[in-house]
Design a protein around this ligand. Structure first.
Ligand SMILES: Nc1ncnc2c1ncn2[C@@H]1O[C@H](COP(=O)(O)OP(=O)(O)OP(=O)(O)O)[C@@H](O)[C@H]1O
Ligand SMILES: [Mg+2]
Length: 268
């Protein structure tokens, strides 16, 4: 992961038209003792500041691999990942990237408040300030009264709220969500999607979310990308021209149905 000099030199970060992330010719081959398993090949995409973009695609098409590469957890085999610094860039010059997985992955021996404060504590922020910010996030994600609860005492939806707060407390320039509601029941999932929409409408962090739900992608996104089956690459980049703010009821409109059909046809 590095800054792309050609983007930042030609187009100021303040320009609405300048991407904050550009991925070009990305390829990932996992060694498997048999010539390698090609997870991604020829992935090209751009994200623009404050966009909400979803990524749909068949199982095994490399969606999680892409997110891990963007988070700097996995090295690509070829291609480029170029971030343009934003005003919210951290002092190291690297854009902060928040990542939330399907499983909340909370630290079992830390309270809700301490789990949420963890990224700030690791970054060296004074304890009292970090805990005070965690308390603000506890309110924002609807967990008032649970600051001192232990992860084992939370429902799946509550744990996922903690994971989202823990990612957002760093005010990342880019929030990566990998099936964040995949382990939740359908009703909790709808509720969490509505809450995420509210948080994003308030904060306008750039979001890239992997989901298997077409309607969740359409409810939340400005654009939906569709991956081919493995090796993954973008086969459809569909703008979602539904007006905002969006309410649950938009799911039942003809425009929504038409977009859903287009996406369904594109997923092989
Ligand atoms: N660490 C790894 N080592 C080797 N192969 C891997 C590794 N991680 C993923 N793969 C392989 O890469 C391919 C893409 O996996 P990935 O998890 O990125 O897909 P995905 O689109 O996220 O799938 P799903 O929708 O099921 O979560 C799969 O064939 C998987 O087996
Ligand atoms: Mg995955």
């Amino acid at each position: 992961m590095h800054t792309c000099p050609e983007i930042s030199a030609e187009t100021p970060a303040s320009s609405a038209a300048a991407p904050c992330l550009r991925v070009t010719g990305l390829e990932k081959v996992y060694p498997n003792g048999n010539g390698g398993l090609v997870a991604l090949r020829g992935v090209d995409l751009a994200l623009y500041p404050r966009e909400f973009v979803s990524l749909l695609g068949p199982s095994g098409s490399g969606k999680s691999t892409l997110l891990r590469i963007l988070a700097g957890l996995v090295r690509p085999t070829a291609g480029e990942v170029c971030f343009t610094p934003e005003p919210s860039t951290n002092p190291s010059g690297r854009p902060a990237v928040g990542l939330v997985f399907q499983d909340a992955n909370l630290m079992p021996w830390r309270s809700v408040r301490e789990n949420i404060a963890l990224p700030l504590l690791l970054a060296g922020e004074p304890r009292q300030a970090a805990l005070a910010k965690a308390d603000e996030w506890i309110e924002l994600v609807g967990l008032s009264g649970f600051a001192n609860a232990w992860p084992r005492d939370l429902s799946g939806g509550m744990a996922q709220r903690v994971a989202i707060a823990r990612a957002l407390i760093q005010e990342p320039a880019l929030l990566l969500l990998d099936e964040p509601f995949g382990a939740l029941d359908a009703l909790t999932r709808e509720k969490m999607a509505a809450e995420l929409l509210r948080l994003w409408q308030d904060r306008r962090t750039t979001v890239l979310m992997v989901t298997h739900s077409i309607s969740e992608a359409l409810l939340l996104s400005d654009r939906v990308l569709v991956f081919s089956s493995r090796p993954g690459r973008v086969v459809l980049d569909l703008p979602v021209p539904l007006s905002r703010p969006r309410e649950e009821g938009v799911r039942y409109t003809p425009a929504f149905g038409e977009l859903a059909r287009t996406l369904r046809r594109a997923i092989s």
